[in-house]
Write a protein that binds this ligand. Structure first.
Ligand SMILES: *Cc1c(COP(=O)(O)O)cnc(C)c1O
Length: 361
């Protein structure tokens, strides 16, 4: 049987080595006779697991000392509300870049707390690109500037970190977290759900600069206050223990791959192969995103003849290439090729796409 390759957008593929480690330790973690799932989050075993995960993430991303790493729950969707509740800090307006589906949802939620100012939008281009930075109308009084570094559905990824001036920069990094090195010191806050590029669903990671803590809007629930979680080392209440453990194993796996620089090189290579297959198909496959903004993580494409969509998905499945159907809001296809997708998986997909186009011209 040919190997299975899973192109799901999330929850998504995990490194096989990590899953094998989890399997090995599932019933007995390091001779304790307990599964991590069964451990008290306040016991020394789990405290060690959590502390190591945090330290490994700090090292991988080069997160400076004046930033807290929070292991929370609720998904990135909860952050759409938590960020304004914590970062409004008495201001009345928030700057946003609208790059598609997820930024629009972040804007919609923020409107409950403040006025929102869209400084740049991809809408006019059909989310094929973002207008150049020198045309943005940023507000120097804004509470922060929010953007989505990778639009998981639309496949638009920022090739640069926006300049936010003196205003804190906030990023929803859910679907390209840990896919490339970034300068964390440019950000006030970074957040993301783990289930795209890190680990199992249920864990949400927030990286927040110290000086932004402790100024929540009145009425903020305790569980929504970053400072509560920062002061409690993400143990104010029960954290998603098993998901933190698996994410920790993924951090160690990334270190063994050579860190974020090395993983970025592999991601560049994988994405280049797939986009080349699309671009050299003589119009059989079409990618809607302009080249500089094409995502390395989520590759959306359409078949010029949409009546072949179902046959494409079926034939791919028969070759063990799974979950290629596009998001219901977009139609077409989408191949998510996160860190854990091996190069062989992308090669198998490209070979299949070439065969399918030959058979259906
Ligand atoms: C998946 C995703 C979300 C929503 O995440 P949940 O964990 O389902 O709340 C938000 N933003 C981006 C960029 C995503 O990819």
């Amino acid at each position: 049987m040919s190997p299975v390759f899973n192109f799901s957008a999330g929850p998504a593929v995990l490194p096989k080595e990590v899953l094998l480690e989890v399997q090995n330790e599932l019933l007995d973690w390091h001779g304790t006779g307990m599964s991590v799932m069964e451990m008290s989050h306040r016991g020394k075993e789990f405290m060690q697991i959590a502390a190591e995960a945090e330290e490994d993430l700090r090292n991988l991303m080069g997160i400076p000392k004046n930033y807290h790493i929070l292991f929370l729950q609720g998904g990135a969707s909860t952050q759409f509300a938590m960020v304004p509740m914590n970062l409004l800090r008495g201001r009345s307006s928030i700057d946003f870049i609208n790059s598609g589906h997820w930024s629009k949802l972040a804007i919609k939620e923020a409107r409950k707390y403040a006025s929102t100012n869209v400084v740049a939008s991809g809408e006019e281009s059909g989310y094929a690109n973002i207008p150049p930075e020198d045309t943005w109308k940023r507000d120097p009084e804004a509470a922060y500037l929010h953007y989505t570094s990778n639009e998981t559905i639309g496949g638009l990824e920022f090739p640069y970190v926006p300049n936010s001036g003196d205003v804190p920069l906030v990023c929803d990094m859910s679907s390209n977290f840990l896919s490339r090195p970034i300068d964390v010191s440019r950000f006030g806050c970074i957040y993301g759900g783990a289930q795209k590029n890190i680990g199992p669903a249920g864990l949400t990671i927030v990286i927040i600069r110290d000086d932004l803590l402790g100024q929540t809007v009145p009425g903020t629930p305790t569980m929504f206050d970053y400072r509560i979680h920062a002061d409690g080392d993400s143990m104010y209440n029960t954290p998603p223990t098993f998901a933190v453990y698996v994410a920790g194993l993924v951090f160690k796996w990334l270190q063994r791959q050579g860190g974020l620089k090395a993983i970025e090189q592999r991601n560049i290579e994988k994405a280049a192969l797939l986009y080349e297959t699309i671009d050299t198909s003589s119009g059989f496959y079409i990618c809607p995103v302009d080249r500089p903004f094409r995502s390395r993580m989520n590759v959306p494409f359409r078949l010029a003849d949409e009546s072949l969509d179902e046959a494409f998905v079926k034939a791919a499945q028969a070759r063990n290439l799974l979950q290629l159907k596009g998001h219901r809001a977009m139609g077409g296809m989408r191949a998510s090729i996160y860190n854990a997708m091996p190069l062989e998986g992308v090669k198998a997909l490209c070979a299949f796409m070439q065969d399918f186009s030959k058979d259906h011209r």
